[in-house]
Design a protein around this ligand. Structure first.
Ligand code: ATP
Length: 193
């Protein structure tokens, strides 16, 4: 998958709608301290479904909404739009929007979807909020210090099989539910004899 464009509005320090085109090849973000470099990487993670406040360096999920400054009032919502091209050449447009008091909503190619659908789409394309392709500050040291189990998870994400774990968990929970239903049915049938 190729990320081609990012559009932010009301997200952290990006209060005005800002569009960034990402050209093929390696992309570096440079700028003075505090100008919003890490916020950009967090915007990519966030639109891909990141929900851990720690990863977003925030106390709660609504903290990603522009909080206002001495001269500008806070915003009521934050929105990030990511445009990408799949390996098959299909266009993908993902939008995540959060409103104060209303939580997050996702759209993929114009259709409302669940957070899980977005996470699976990216996991299957060997990318996503925890993708090893997104290298933030301190990440290299983390890879070196990682335990074998953690390193395996990183490799699985890089290989594009992380989505299978989510599907397996779903399938296991459906199986448990079916077993419970079956047991109830047997009880009911025994009552009819
Ligand atoms: P450094 O080089 O020091 O790591 P950086 O370029 O990565 O800095 P960021 O950490 O991305 O910068 O941006 C920090 C800025 O974003 C700070 O000025 C902070 O006040 C601002 N910021 C973060 N969250 C919000 C928010 N919700 N509303 C407004 N501004 C915010």
């Amino acid at each position: 998958m190729l990320i081609k464009q990012l559009r932010l509005s009301g997200f952290k320090s990006f209060v005005e709608p800002s569009t960034l085109r990402i050209e093929p090849g390696l992309t570096g973000v440079v700028g003075p301290n505090g100008c919003g470099k890490s916020n950009l990487l967090e915007a990519i993670r966030w639109v891909m479904g990141e929900n851990s406040p720690k990863s977003m360096r925030s106390g709660g999920m609504e903290d990603v909404i522009f909080a206002g400054t001495a001269t500008r009032p806070p915003r009521d919502f934050a929105e990030v739009q990511l445009s990408a091209e799949s390996d098959d050449g299909d266009e993908l447009e993902v939008i995540r929007r959060i409103e104060r008091g209303a939580g997050s909503a996702y759209r993929v190619n114009g259709k409302d979807v669940r957070a899980k659908d977005v996470a699976l789409t990216f996991a299957d394309a060997a990318t996503g909020a925890h993708s090893p392709a997104l290298v933030s500050q301190g990440k290299i040291a983390q890879v070196i210090a990682a335990k074998p189990q953690e390193r395996r998870m990183m490799l699985e994400e890089a290989a594009g099989i992380a989505g299978l774990h989510v599907r397996r968990k779903d399938a296991e929970s459906k199986l448990r539910q079916t077993e419970t239903n079956l047991a109830r049915l047997e009880d009911l049938m025994a009552g009819l004899d």
